[in-house]
Design a protein around this ligand. Structure first.
Ligand code: ATP
Ligand code: MG
Length: 183
């Protein structure tokens, strides 16, 4: 399963529709300070189901919406769409029939966010489980953001174990168990 394209609109500093083609082998993003590198990575996390405002460097979830600048008014809506190519059929088995997948998340000020998977409304949980089962969730060690290495080195054993579980693709099982136990 390959990430092929990320489209953003109204997300943080990406106020105008922006498309990033994710070529095979892309390993890093470089550019001058403040150009939006971290915002791009946050957009990727966000569309995969990140629900912690803190890890998105904001105090509330609405903070991902373009907040305006001296010359441009704020927006009320942000949307991020991630395209996946599943030609190698490595997506979790529930998605075996899908060759191309498109996941989008959209948020409106004060009304929360909603997800779509190939045009159908889905729950946050469905999207989170898809990536957790594919070992590449929003907390996956494959996304190395600023300060992440230092955090890992200083992490407590339990947090390090969570990283290994994510890499092994079993964090989806844990969250299903938690969900089952709470019913
Ligand atoms: P560095 O090299 O310093 O790590 P970076 O390329 O990672 O920089 P980002 O942190 O992605 O830069 O982008 C920072 C810019 O995004 C700042 O100019 C900030 O004002 C802008 N920004 C962040 N959130 C919003 C928002 N909600 N609305 C508008 N602009 C925002
Ligand atoms: Mg940065």
């Amino acid at each position: 399963m390959d990430f092929t394209r990320l489209r953003l609109s109204g997300f943080k500093s990406f106020v105008d529709p922006t498309e990033l083609v994710i070529e095979k082998g892309l390993t890093g993003v470089v550019g001058p300070n403040g150009c939006g590198k971290s915002n791009l990575l946050e957009a990727l996390r966000w569309v995969m189901g990140e629900n912690s405002a803190k890890s998105m460097r904001g105090s509330g979830m609405d903070d991902v919406i373009f907040a305006g600048t001296d010359s441009r008014p704020a927006r009320n809506l942000a949307e991020v769409t991630l395209s996946l190519d599943n030609a190698d059929r490595t997506a979790p088995s529930a998605f075996n029939d899908e060759l191309q997948m498109e996941i989008s998340r959209r948020i409106e000020r004060e009304s929360g966010s909603a997800y779509r998977l190939n045009g159908k409304d889905v729950r946050a949980k469905d999207v989170q489980l898809l990536f957790a089962d594919a070992s590449t969730g929003a907390h996956s060690p494959s996304l190395v953001s600023q300060g992440r290495i230092g955090t890992l080195i200083n992490a407590k054993p339990k947090q390090r174990r969570a990283v290994l579980e994510e890499a092994a693709g079993i964090s989806g099982l844990h969250s299903r168990r938690k969900e089952a136990e709470s019913k």
